[in-house]
Design a protein around this ligand. Sequence first.
Ligand code: PGA
Length: 533
Amino acid sequence: MRVIVCEDYNELSAQAARLVASQLILNPSSVLGLATGSTPVGMYRHLVSMNRRGDIDFSDVTTFNLDEYYPISPGSPQSYRYFMNEQLFSKVNIDINNTFVPNGMTDDPEKECLDYEKNIEAHGGIDLQILGIGRNGHIGFNEPGANLNSATHLTELSESTVDANSRFFDSEDDVPRRAITMGIASILKSKKIILLASGASKSRVVSELLDEDINTSVPATLLKVHPDVVLICDKDAYSGTRLGVDIGGTNVKFAVVEGRKLIYKSSIRTEKSSADTLISSIADECNRLKKLYPIKTVGVGTPGIIRDGRVNAANLPFRSTPLASGLSKLVDMPVTVDNDANCAALGESEFGAGKKYQNIIMITLGTGIGGGIIFDGSIAHGKSSMGEIGHIIIEADGGRPCPCGQHGCWEQYASVSALIASAKEAVQSEPNSLLSKLAEEKGRLDGEAVFDAYEKGCKVAAKLLEKYTHYLAVGITSLINVFGPDAVILAGGITSRGNLLIPMLLPKIPSSDVAIEISTLENDAGSLGAALL
Ligand code: PGA
């Protein structure tokens, strides 16, 4: 697939029109496959001007449109027949009898589909097919995951397509739920294909198209088997190169991401003397990387609470700091800021263990419990503290106090700090236990020591981990009950002992259809996710 990245929508439209014009000049009796939707409108406008100037001639051209709603009358302003008449056919010197759009009023759709397919063949097949791409990866109305019926067929529209197309109707209820569409094989029989994608709303699907192998979840990837496809997109749709920054208490990590690939990473020490020095040290590294890579946008994950673009973070010098606007001025690029746990969840969902799931909850076990909730590929946001899962209350009566002001917060029981606090108490009451001895040898009592002692058969450590995984399971079960995710992904240093943790945890979680997995990205999840903000 050749890719042409244009500056903006107007350049994309002009470029696409030039390719169509070349086709018509080389073969004035070409058969064109045409598409509707908002994307090709600019291209049609250019073609109309070229025709009016006498640069191109439509008198011998035949056209076949990709699809039509069903049922719909051709006179309805939302019908694709009406759209084509308005945008092109009535404005150029084409013979309207040589323009074909599936009949949305047929009472025998099966016959209509067969006849449509035969008619294309009778005209010698399509020389040049124009396509748009849906946000869900559809081409024509060949929807994701559907039985990708090859020939022209009647199909059901997916929820996301109904939603996307409702902007052309008075209400979502008015959008027809079915359509007649050329199939993937009908499209692939075309001699040449031009695929158009414009705007940031298409950037996700464009990178999926470019990065993924052929798969039916993104029907447009099937175009990869065709030898002559040109993708023309504008800069907003071509996600290009992005920089992700993950601000931690000790280090700031940077990840340069192209489409969905990590191409470079680096890190600097966290400058804690003031907000300004921290921001300018981050800007210096961003500017260094900008010289090496064609970076267009920066995403930043930071601890703390972000409200109206201002960050408050206890362990960093951020006090109502306008991080996004401050950094943006220094790097001269758009900067987006989100909470670091949210970024890690996004990273994990796009690059790591969450890749195969639509909806995930990521739980980071550390000093506290951090979390991020990803639904349909996006971070679930509330006004402020959505995702503060460490502070769900799991012990309502007489719960342990939490610095947040509540009692009985989950992180007081299931964070690594909580495990260590319980281990310290256990060691005091059982000074002869294996755990006490191991801790003494190590010179400190950490989570690692608890797992090491457990592995060596220490009963005290076993009891601690039984209790710990009980609390962990209580919180996870509540989250599953509320959000119904496809998977829960656990992260944090402690998960390096996932081989011991998971078998103790799983029997305590009743929902067997939710996958419980360990993060595969660990330290890179935050910067990778930030890049995609
Ligand atoms: P759009 O639609 O051009 O309106 O974005 C494209 C499509 O759904 O195929």
